[in-house]
Write a protein that binds this ligand. Structure first.
Ligand code: ZN
Length: 104
């Protein structure tokens, strides 16, 4: 009984942590955080990806950056989230054409 309630508290704590992390990221200007996010790879390619803080099964997480397959340049690279205000409307439109598979 004790172990069960402890586990439940741990799960609840994790859920609360990620909810707060998502809110904080949104406040910092990363509008798509927790869903479709605009990211830039090391070669400068922009594309949309599903970015869920703390959850990732198709990419290797390295803190704020993560290793991921770039659908624009067709290569493995490190990607970082891009602020909406850092790109032009044209760049954003182009990035929308490069959505990767819908897995976090
Ligand atoms: Zn690229």
């Amino acid at each position: 009984m004790r172990t069960k309630s402890k586990r439940r508290a741990a799960i609840l704590g994790a859920v609360v942590f990620y909810a707060i992390a998502t809110v904080v990221a949104r406040r910092r200007g990363y509008a798509g955080m927790g869903g479709r996010t605009l990211v830039r790879c090391r070669a400068g390619h922009l594309f949309m990806t599903l970015w869920v803080p703390g959850v990732s099964i198709k990419s290797l997480r390295l803190g704020w950056r993560r290793a991921q397959y770039c659908p624009v340049g067709l290569h493995w690279t490190l990607v970082v989230p891009v602020r909406d205000s850092d790109v032009s409307d044209e760049e954003r439109e182009r990035a929308r054409e490069y959505r990767d598979i819908a897995l976090p």
